[in-house]
Design a protein around this ligand. Structure first.
Ligand code: 0X9
Ligand code: ZN
Length: 323
């Protein structure tokens, strides 16, 4: 792909190939599931990590879902989630006692590229593309009129207002023709049918926020807030250093038809949208192609991600490295 760190979906040795390789190399730990196919025919692939992955039914252990790359251009979310996946596999192989214990008692699911069509398009054609590649106007080519925002298409307050999503096909927050119309949405929902997730971490960029659901309107406290608070930390002591924790709609803006709102409202899954950093101020969605900066971003979120995994079995008593 011409990049030092980032890799596309399609290229030989790209993310798709790597997911298959990780599953083939670690049959005791990893199970690969093809959840569906995109508009352009790419596979929507999830990996389940748990001890004895092949022989034990999906959803039989406490589960966490790690999703990323709903938005095509947010490459740092792909890379941080991919590093988290390979970190768990490497630590398991190295007999890290803590990780062995976690993976014997929990299922960690990874949907690293939730929008592979859009992701590939950012390598091939337009670096700042956000949406999927639905052919909205049916002209047989991808233009600015096309694409659905994968994070506005869920059947939870779908199209509730015009502020939180758009009915205009060329808008970057176009919600799509109907709730759940998109293959990417259907794939994620199919994942929620496989396991009863305690938590979801839906990695995005950018802004250094640790946002939690529900964000379809401002000021929506829930009975789950104590758990959100314990695992997110606060402004003075956030679970991810230099990230501001808070309700997504209060800290950022309202959305509707959003993934984490669906997770929380319909599946009882406590769900975050961490908005990762820029690497260098001003990079915005174009995180620098720099190994040290990417690895630092991964290491910054790791303690938070571990807290979430360790809390999956008993969410009412969350485990936090913040003490
Ligand atoms: O707009 C989004 O989908 C997310 N931000 S991004 O810049 N990555 O596109 C934020 C979703 C968080 N939810 C709410 N703010 N309600
Ligand atoms: Zn995003």
């Amino acid at each position: 792909s011409g990049f030092e760190v980032f890799r596309s979906w399609d290229e030989p040795g790209g993310i798709r190939d790597e997911l298959y390789q990780l599953a083939a190399d670690n049959p005791q730990l990893v199970k690969l599931v093809v959840l569906g196919e995109t508009h352009q025919g790419r596979e929507l692939i999830a990996l389940k990590l748990t001890q004895g992955a092949q022989g034990i039914a999906d959803g039989s252990r406490p589960a966490v879902l790690h999703s990323s790359t709903q938005h095509a251009r947010e490459w740092i979310s792909t890379e941080v989630n991919r590093r988290l996946l390979t970190w768990y596999i490497d630590q398991w192989r190295a007999n890290n006692i803590e990780v062995r214990d976690l993976l014997q008692n929990n299922e960690l699911w990874f949907l690293v590229v939730a929008n592979p069509d859009g992701y590939q398009y950012t390598f091939d054609t337009e670096r700042l593309w956000r949406k999927n590649l639905r052919d909205n106007d049916g002209d047989g080519q991808v233009t600015r009129a096309d694409g659905v925002d994968p994070n506005r298409n869920y059947p939870e307050h779908f199209g509730y207002d015009e502020e939180g999503s758009s009915s205009v096909i060329s808008s970057d927050t176009y919600r799509g023709p109907a709730a759940g119309s998109e293959p990417e949405t259907q794939a994620m929902m199919a994942l929620f049918d496989r396991a009863d997730f305690s938590f979801q971490i839906n990695w995005h960029s950018f802004g250094q926020w640790l946002l939690y659901a529900e964000g379809w309107q401002t000021g929506t406290p829930t009975a789950d807030d104590p758990i959100y608070f314990a695992l997110s930390g606060n402004r003075d002591n956030p679970a991810i250093p230099d990230f501001e924790p808070g309700l997504s709609s209060d800290v950022l803006y309202v959305t509707n038809g959003e993934t984490t709102d669906f997770a929380h409202a319909q599946r009882g899954t406590l769900a975050w949208t961490p908005e990762l950093g820029e690497g260098i101020p001003g990079s915005m969605f174009v995180f620098p192609d720099d190994e040290e900066l990417v690895q630092a971003e991964f290491e910054r979120v790791l303690p938070y991600a571990l807290d979430v995994a360790k809390s999956a079995a008993d969410p009412e008593n969350p485990v936090s490295h913040l003490g």
